[in-house]
Design a protein around this ligand. Sequence first.
Ligand SMILES: Nc1ncnc2c1ncn2[C@@H]1O[C@H](COP(=O)(O)OP(=O)(O)O)[C@@H](O)[C@H]1O
Ligand SMILES: [Mg+2]
Length: 359
Amino acid sequence: MVCYCVRDPTDGKDYVMKDCWVPEAKRYHEVAVLKQVHGIPNVVQLVDDWDVMYDGEPDCTARIRDRYQQFDPDDRDDHRFCNRFHRQLVMTPCGEPLSHFSSRKELICAFCDFVVAHRLMVECGILHGDLSLNNFIIYEGNSYFIDFDYARFIEEGKTSTISFGTGTIPYISMRVLKKMLRNAETVKKTADATQLQQIEHYMCDDLESMFYIFFEFVTKYGGAHGIVAPTWDKLAMPWLEAYENLGASSLLTTFLSKKGAIYEGDFLMDRVSDYFSEFKPLVNEWRSQIHLTEIDTNATIIHDHIFQMLAMFIAKLEDSDEIPIPIPLPYPPPQSPTVQPTAGPSTLPRTGTTWSSTS
Ligand SMILES: Nc1ncnc2c1ncn2[C@@H]1O[C@H](COP(=O)(O)OP(=O)(O)O)[C@@H](O)[C@H]1O
Ligand SMILES: [Mg+2]
């Protein structure tokens, strides 16, 4: 998967183009989800999508594989092969990583907006299910959810979705991690994938993920526009360290380190950067809400709890005198596009900015 920043030569407007190879069973999944959430503020919007064509047919890995199999006929019975289709999605806005926030207030308002947008998506029957630092962007002071690859449709009358566990491990809720851990142990013991338990994913799991993301921001960043705090150390977030270094035992260690941190209020507050020190009470309040759901099985976190907490905090926050993000100069209309798209109905040229997949 690669994302390009592409520009419409007629008005100079930028879009993002996601170029991906999608499993056949999920060929139109992200598009279907994006259509369902279309119009919700703070959610990236789909503009266009298409199959990339090859010799008049939608391109896919089976076509490439068939050509290789002429030389390797023994490879034909690989049942694990999953055919993937080459797709391109054009979306707006094309922003920057959320770490480019221009002030503390802008960042905390972004989280407040995320809570509202997440609630609206749930009301539309969509659970994002893969919240991570890299799945948010910021554009002209507004923040957006992106990446609906792992989003799921909530069935009528249900409050959760079912999977075998999705998400980016350092941000997955403790409840989902625990179930993923059980499944990993089952497979290790029995080598039988049919014994895997399905895992329900609730909106409170996404809201817990949001806390870990928020905590990473207030620990890692020591200023606006992506300045990393001199005090930042990955050990401040042991669940991140566990995920990156421990391989097979990462699920267990990630789970246990989160659990420990949620029970020990001081642990988290002590790791907040100087720049965000005003946010310590908020870190502690959000942590204690999660802690409450750990000790009382009837307790749950809903959007309104988090929204109220953030809104009250924002109301008390002093207006900061931080340097606003520089306003980009107006883009001169190009004489002629440098690169023409090779597929699909759009006439958007690429400008060559790429990001590789981070999850
Ligand atoms: N609208 C956008 N604006 C800016 N960057 C984007 C946008 N959409 C995607 N990206 C960049 O591309 C990366 C990968 O896109 P994403 O949709 O998250 O795919 P993946 O499923 O591979 O994680 C993101 O983490 C982000 O850096
Ligand atoms: Mg992503």
